[in-house]
Ligand binder design. Structure first.
Ligand code: BTN
Length: 274
């Protein structure tokens, strides 16, 4: 079940209707983390604009310092690229990648949505996640590694779902004739999705990207509590923060009705937990 380079190249070739940001792909059997390997390759002088894929990871990293369980059968992929974003705009790379991947999968009839800020969700369960790491010089991001984990045929926790099982359970006619037959085909689509998202950010700008991102966001309209006060999620701003309209103003005290919550300061649940 090792990752097959030829199959991946074939899949990339078939889907190559775009100019490629990622010109080389480095495939490994086992690494500690594909993000770490990508940083090592950059240090060795390999130019940004490549992807790293591994069959398994021994110390896969998730958001907020969590571990990302990485048994065989999952997709573990990191993309290394140059960036010129301001340091406080680094989250845009995650938002762009999440949107690009979700949009590409939707175009195949797989209705993937986004759970703020970085989760890919299918039928209310977690299909995958994104961890972006950046190198900063003088308040500017110079290089970034975008790490993507997708559940293909690996076991998942109860809030998760894997794509291969989901596809098997679908009525085939609802899948736009393009369900994935292999991990390599999925990898090609994910690379294309990251590229699509980054290109949208670079060429069309963050406002257009955000307008597209929020259309796929499951959390819009969701009620949240901030210091026990109720509010409603109404959007995401260019630093990746959640934009919330609070309901706490009353006739005696004037409070600002809108607040922004940074990634990591609030945890949103999954619609389905079993
Ligand atoms: C999350 O917490 O949802 C983000 C998970 C990101 C996991 C991927 S797997 C490939 C890359 N290498 C890592 O160590 N992490 C990311």
């Amino acid at each position: 079940m090792e990752f097959n380079r030829q199959k991946l190249e074939l899949a990339l070739e078939e889907r190559r209707n775009y100019t490629n940001i990622f010109s080389s792909i480095h495939i490994f059997d086992t690494v500690s983390s594909t993000n770490t390997t990508a940083w090592e390759l950059l240090k060795q002088g390999i130019k940004p604009g490549f992807a790293v894929i591994a069959t398994t990871q021994t110390s896969g990293r998730g958001q907020w310092g969590r571990q990302w369980n990485s048994p065989k059968g999952g997709l573990y992929l990191s993309a290394a690229l140059n960036s010129h974003l301001e340091v406080n705009h680094g989250y845009q790379l995650t938002l762009a990648s999440a949107w690009g991947i979700a949009q590409e999968l939707q175009d195949c009839g797989i209705f993937v949505e986004i759970k703020w800020p970085n989760d890919l969700v299918l039928d209310g369960y977690k299909l995958g996640g994104i961890l972006t790491e950046t190198k900063v010089k003088k308040a500017l991001i110079t290089q970034a590694v975008i790490g993507v984990g997708i559940n293909w045929e690996n076991p998942t926790p109860e809030t998760g779902i894997n794509l291969k099982t989901w596809q098997t359970n679908q009525n085939n006619s609802s899948l736009n004739n393009s369900s994935f037959v292999s991990l390599e085909e999925l990898a090609a689509k994910i690379i294309q999705g990251i590229e699509f998202g980054i290109r949208c950010l670079e060429q069309e700008g963050v406002d257009i990207l955000l307008s597209r991102y929020v259309r796929l966001l499951v959390n819009i309209g969701e009620k949240v509590y901030v210091n026990n006060n109720p509010g409603t999620i109404i959007g995401v701003n260019p630093s990746g923060s959640l934009h919330v309209r609070m309901e706490s103003s009353n006739s005696e005290s004037v409070t600002t009705p809108y607040i922004d919550l940074q990634p990591g300061t609030i945890s949103l649940g999954y619609r389905k937990t079993s």
